[in-house]
Write a protein that binds this ligand. Structure first.
Ligand code: GTR
Length: 417
């Protein structure tokens, strides 16, 4: 009897918790019927049939909507940025390349250091193409190479966990350096926490502090994803001056929240030669109007700092959004764009990620490139590439694994080699 009362008590404690876990849907039959904003009609109702009209009218309209309604408006590059090469180790990564550590200072006073880890392939004949993407937990978590410095006092601000909780190589399965280097590509990474710690502190920390000071925030002020995306452009600014890297052949990539970030960086900054979204989901590649997996309402309540505050008005009102995420992908045209999903990653809505790319690929036709022809998603493990867009769905969970990298590289080889 006592046991039963305890169980009932426990259940009643648990129920409100599970009730709170709303804001997501895993049932395809519950996807509402929706119509997507038209890529090919301007705000004045005029048709867009040429790349010229797309670039002069429609693309800026869409970019403006993403800035003001979704991610927030980012500032220009700060004055006084400078970099210092801290360390060069030849014969790193199992002999596949050179390890370089460069500190990029975002301000003259050097209070905002970004610790870049750069892996350069061995025997490169001249500057090489590169994959640029942030890491979650610190450079030291991407490899077991003891040469990678753990910055003094490093602490994951998101988790509040010290380096002992995220030791060397903690995330190494996501970073197959040797394989990528052997294919002739450099890898450039740094930790998201160097830019903007991933928690809601009213934007008093990270680069919001540096760039905004005490300026009051508005509905269009940039959120954390915009800050991270902005930093990818700052990293590219640096790479322009790095003799080992060909900055005109940089692929920007990211996984999950950092995939959302890579897309927004690629959409805004045409210097990125190729863009890759890995399992980016809601607020990334996935269509918001499908309300499948994580929804706009759910993401805004779990991560109130990621988007601009105007975006919050669309929580549970996805049909009112003036854009959808296929238009984010379309902003990347005509540059090569690769999207991927994982079969068990329903949270990120693999179907919505593919459909979004399928719709976006139509813009590539304005430039004379082939588009994705099949609205049905490809089979698991059967990548599809048409023109300058590519997609695969990998068997398994929300992650970025060697299989994904193999597809990224065969896609990149078509355009960056
Ligand atoms: C989840 C979040 C997703 C995705 C993911 C990640 O908790 O709901 O949108 O960004 O985190 O970044 O791993």
């Amino acid at each position: 009897m006592k046991k039963m009362i305890v169980s009932i008590l426990l259940l009643s404690l648990l129920l409100p918790l599970s009730a709170q876990k709303s804001g997501f849907n895993y049932d395809e039959s519950k996807v509402p019927s929706y119509s997507l904003p038209d890529l090919f009609v301007t705000e004045k109702g005029k048709p867009v049939r040429t790349a010229r009209r797309w670039e002069r009218i429609r693309r800026p309209e869409i970019l403006h909507l993403f800035e003001t309604q979704v991610y927030g408006i980012s500032p220009a590059a700060p004055a006084g940025m400078h970099a210092r090469v801290e360390k060069v180790v030849e014969d790193a990564f199992g002999g596949a390349g050179t390890l370089k550590e460069v500190t990029l200072f975002l301000d003259p006073a050097e209070t905002y250091p970004v610790h870049l880890l750069i892996a350069v392939p061995k025997n490169a004949a001249g500057p090489v193409p590169a994959f640029l993407g942030m890491n979650f937990w610190g450079n030291h978590t991407t490899t077991d190479d003891p040469n990678v410095t753990i910055p003094d006092g490093w602490k994951g601000a998101y988790s509040g966990k010290a380096v002992t909780d995220h030791p060397r190589a903690f995330n190494a399965e996501r970073w197959p350096f040797q394989y990528i280097l052997d294919q002739g590509y450099a890898v450039v990474t740094y930790c998201r926490e160097d830019i903007d710690p991933d928690f809601d502190d009213g934007f008093r920390n990270g680069v919001h502090r540096l760039m905004d000071g005490d300026t009051p925030r508005t509905g269009t002020s940039w959120g954390t994803i915009a800050a991270w995306a902005w930093s990818l452009s700052r990293a590219l600014d640096y790479l322009n001056a790095d003799p080992d890297i060909d900055a005109s052949r940089v692929a920007v990539f990211g996984h999950s929240r950092l995939g959302k970030t890579a897309l927004w960086a690629g959409a805004q900054d045409p210097r990125f030669a190729l863009v890759i979204s890995n399992c980016s989901g809601c607020g990334g590649a996935a269509l918001s109007r499908r309300c499948f997996g994580e929804t706009v309402g759910r993401i805004n309540s779990s991560f109130p700092h990621w988007f601009c505050s105007n975006f919050h008005q669309y929580s549970d009102h996805e049909a009112d959004l003036p854009v959808d995420q296929h238009e984010l992908l379309a902003l990347i045209a005509p540059r090569p764009l690769y999207v991927d999903s994982a079969s068990e990653d329903l949270w990120a809505d693999p179907r919505g990620e593919y459909l979004s790319l399928y719709e976006a690929s139509k813009v590539y036709a304005l430039y004379g490139y082939d588009t994705l022809t099949d609205p049905e998603s490809p089979e698991i493990g059967h990548p599809v590439v048409r023109g300058r867009t590519g997609y695969h769905i990998r068997q398994g969970k929300h992650n970025i694994l060697l299989y994904d990298w193999q597809q990224f590289i065969s896609f990149a080889d078509r355009f960056l080699k």
